[in-house]
Write a protein that binds this ligand. Sequence first.
Ligand SMILES: [Zn+2]
Length: 109
Amino acid sequence: MSLSLKATTPETIEFDENILKIEWKDGVVSEFPLLELRKRCPCVVCKGGHGGKIGATTGGIKEAKLLSFSKVGRYAINLVWGDYHNTGIYSFDSLRLYWQGEPGDLGIP
Ligand SMILES: [Zn+2]
C-alpha cells in the first residue's frame, strides 16, 4: 500500500499515560497504546539482535511509560521510555500502516 505524504506527516503528536496520539496532516487521528508500542520497539536490542523478530525480548513487559519523544527528520519518531530505553526509532510510514491494520515492523524499512 502506498500512502500520501499527508497521511504520513504528523500535524500534532502528544501522549499521556496510556497512549501516543498522532494527528496526521490528512486529518486522521491515530491513538497507539503505549504498551503495544513498547513491545513492538523496532530497535536491534529489543529484536534480540540483527535479523531478530519484533517482540523477541519485550514479551514480558507489563507496563510502559513514555517520558518524551523527538522527531527524527521528517520520517520518524524516537521514543524515550520510562526505563530510559531510547533506541527505538519508529517510522511514520509504518505507524500509519500499523494504524490501518498492517502490523509490520515499526522501524525504518
Ligand atoms: Zn528497543
